[in-house]
Every structure is written in C-alpha cells, then in structure tokens.
Design a binder for this molecule. Structure first.
Ligand SMILES: [Zn+2]
Length: 169
C-alpha cells in the first residue's frame, strides 16, 4: 500500500523491523543511546516525542487548525491532542479508523477525554467490571490472542527496543 506521496505508511513498512544479528551491534547501539541520553539530558525517545509534538503543533498553527474540534476555542502547544472524529476503539474497524487521516482532527486534551467518557450503563461497579472482563475475553478470542502475560511482556520489550533503534537512526 502506497499513499499519494509515494511512501508506504510507516506502520506497514517492513523497514521498521530491524534484526541486529550480532551482540556487538547491540552493544554499539547501547553506547549511542547512552551518549544521546547524556547530551540531551533525557531519554532520546522522550526527546523525539517532544520534537514531533513541537513540529506537529507548528503545522497545526500554520494551517489554521488550532481551534478545538470539540469546543471551537483556541488550543496551545500543551493543550492540543489528536482527535479521532469517529472513535476507533471498539469500532468494527479499529485499525482502519485509527490510521485514517480523514478521521483525524485536533482538540483540547480535556475536550477529547470528556467526549470519550460515556455515562455508565451499568447499575454497579461490579457489573461494569464483569462486563469489561467478558468483553476483553471475547476480544482475545476474536483476535486469537493466546499468549501468556509473560510472553506478551517479552514481545512488548522486543518491540520497544526495535522502536527505540528506529528513532535513533
Ligand atoms: Zn476544546
């Protein structure tokens, strides 16, 4: 899948997956991370995230999109958030809606969170927890998730390490 500027969407790109084959490569990577962390005074992925947000906010202002999609008031660098106009969570097509740029807008973090909170449809907290647990179980069955928490944790760590390597390239 290629978009209109001829790039593969990042989340589908196979180049995001690196396979360090030797330990020496990992050692070198650790030294580079260390040096960057020392010079930046923060975790390089934190710095990268902050920079991406700065750049994004500048584009939002430059394109006149700095009014909240929800309340219409002006937003600033520290109050804006990425808003999915149609909520992706628990939808029929979570992945599609999540990455659909036509579905993206910007709103105050507070307005965004408020909109996501629906009045409870359960009589008691116990009912709500039971329903949530059932939902989670059904979701796992639908998505064929059979790994143990430990396996998931290991995979999460591997994925995180890969992502940090990518951001430093
Ligand atoms: Zn707002």
């Amino acid at each position: 899948m290629v978009n209109d500027v001829g790039c593969e969407p990042a989340y589908m790109s196979s180049s995001l997956i690196s396979h360090p084959s030797e330990h020496s490569q990992i050692d070198i990577m650790e030294i580079v991370i260390d040096k960057k962390q020392i010079q930046l005074g923060m975790n390089p992925s934190t710095a990268s995230g902050r920079l991406v947000k700065d750049i994004l906010y500048r584009f939002i202002v430059d394109t006149g999109n700095n009014n909240c999609y929800k309340c219409g008031m002006m937003m600033c660098r520290d109050t804006f958030s990425i808003e999915h106009k149609t909520p992706w969570l628990d939808s029929d097509d979570p992945l599609g809606l999540y990455f659909d740029l036509e579905n993206i807008s910007f709103s105050h973090g507070v307005c965004n969170t408020k909109a996501g909170r629906k009045p409870s449809k359960y009589a008691t907290e116990k009912d709500r927890k039971a329903a949530k647990s059932l939902n989670t179980q059904n979701w796992k069955v639908r998505n064929n998730i059979t790994r143990t928490p430990q396996q998931r944790n290991e995979e999460y760590k591997r994925r995180k390490a890969r992502q940090e390597n990518i951001m430093l390239m």
